[in-house]
Design a protein around this ligand. Structure first.
Ligand SMILES: [Zn+2]
Length: 451
């Protein structure tokens, strides 16, 4: 089967041709572990997870690498604020990240390299870049010399001026050009640091990914697919190409695969607006399978606009599928090839909206047609949603009671103020969480009814 992927570097959809058909390598930039993952982080993990499933259907061995950045100034800041060590903070958030991602049905990566476990590889990579004349040492820093890489800008297609503009805030006395970037920086006694030929210090972010990739794929080998959110195209991935191309003559990576941002009610998520949606909160309120379905509802290259209706619609659709699946007579056998249609759809640049449309269409005939029912179960399973899974949310323990009470209070207040539209909206939201309410004199009682 042919797999097509939109390749950011060539700005077009291309047929995927692996370097080696027997072993495919895909790398995705993982989390910097200093806070709870939000739905944007979840999307950036779920999209490659679906691609991984398509690739594994076609190739015997697909190595999936997703790193963990466990040393970063943001982690140090969080540690300082919370009176904890950097390691305590990173371990705490690694744990939360893993739990959140596995609750969303993600396949574990083959490798999850941590930066702190890869210092020798990082130092070796930087040494190679210096030896090849593409980096310089200045005021205790090792800096990548972008003048030495003539194709710099090839991924983001930014002009020299645009790149300098982007880097201007970063301008420092130790840089020859504002677009040059840090490979290694000195650490004070209070900052995490490692011994290196350039003194006690720590790596820059970009060199970490390149080193971890080269350490697994091989210095003189080409990575098949590199993914990440499209906010990483510049400078992170641009810099990765420059580093990789200046330490080895092998092409750094063949396919660049980027997913779009998640907006909340058409606005960018930000702590200052207070509209950041955390996976931890969502999984308490919704079946994680609905969250997964909602995150796949937009094409991966487009922004995904998250609103109450995004999750409500996904939840309703999932419920419909589950009812159908549970009605499945035991003699319905899942045939090996009954998910070929969905794989076909996803093989064309991971068209998940089309895949969901397909699921809805076979659900219509699945009631009467056992073959379509088998297709529905097998196809949803393929995208990481197991309809036959025992619903853990049936246990009342999983309900965020505080949140439910808060919504009920808001609804009562809205009713008292005569704002029936808002009151109805809240009732609908509660209903999508399988909460039914009964209005009594001046108060409301609620009940949890998963079916
Ligand atoms: Zn990265």
């Amino acid at each position: 089967m042919t797999i097509k992927i939109f390749n950011t570097i060539n700005k077009k959809k291309e047929i995927f041709e692996p370097v080696n058909h027997k072993k495919i390598y895909m790398y995705v930039c993982g989390p910097t572990v200093y806070s709870h993952p939000h739905i944007g982080n979840a999307r950036a993990a779920i999209i490659p997870d679906v691609l991984l499933r398509v690739l594994r259907k076609n190739y015997d061995e697909v190595i999936y690498i997703r790193n963990i950045t466990d040393v970063d100034d943001k982690i140090s800041d969080a540690a300082f604020k919370q009176g904890k060590t950097v390691q305590e903070i990173s371990n705490k958030y690694i744990d939360i990240y893993q739990k959140n991602m596995s609750s969303l049905g993600l396949i574990d990566p083959t490798y999850q390299p941590r930066v702190t476990d890869n210092m020798p590889a990082i130092i070796e990579t930087i040494t190679k870049i210096i030896e090849n004349g593409s980096a310089y040492i200045s005021e205790g820093h090792v800096i990548f010399d972008t003048q030495k890489y003539k194709n710099y800008g090839e991924l983001s297609k930014r002009t020299l001026d645009e790149m300098i503009d982007g880097a201007r805030i970063d301008i420092a006395s130790y840089k020859k050009s504002p677009r040059d970037f840090i490979l290694w920086k000195p650490s004070s006694d209070k900052q995490p640091g490692w011994a290196s030929p350039w003194g006690n210090g720590r790596p820059g972010w970009h060199i970490e990914c390149t080193s971890m990739i080269k350490n697994i794929v091989g210095c003189d080998s080409t990575l098949d697919i590199h993914g990440g959110g499209n906010d990483l195209i510049f400078p992170h991935h641009e810099n990765e190409i420059a580093q990789g191309s200046c330490m080895s003559s092998a092409k750094y990576c063949n396919y660049w695969f980027h997913n779009g941002i998640v907006l909340v009610n058409k606005k960018k998520m930000s702590k200052s607006i207070g509209n950041v949606i955390l996976v931890d909160d969502l999984v308490k309120r919704f079946d994680p399978r609905s969250i997964r379905l909602a995150l796949l509802s937009a094409h991966y290259r487009q922004p995904l606009n998250w609103s109450d209706s995004t999750i409500t619609e996904a939840n309703n659709l999932l419920k419909k599928f589950i009812i159908l699946a549970k009605s499945s007579p035991p003699e319905v056998e899942l045939e090996q090839d009954c998910n070929t249609e969905i794989i076909d759809i996803l093989s064309d640049d991971l068209n998940t909206p089309e895949a969901i449309k397909y699921l809805s269409s076979i659900a219509k005939s699945a009631k009467k047609n056992n073959n379509d029912l088998a297709k529905l179960i097998s196809s949803t399973n393929f995208i990481g949603i197991d309809l036959l899974l025992e619903d853990k949310s049936k246990s009342n323990d999983n309900i965020d009671k505080e949140f439910v009470e808060k919504l009920i209070k808001e609804r009562l207040e809205a009713r008292l103020a005569g704002n029936y539209e808002k009151a109805d909206e809240i009732r609908e939201k509660l209903s999508s969480m399988n909460i039914s309410i009964k209005d009594l004199e001046g108060t409301s009682v609620w009940d949890y009814n998963p079916d």
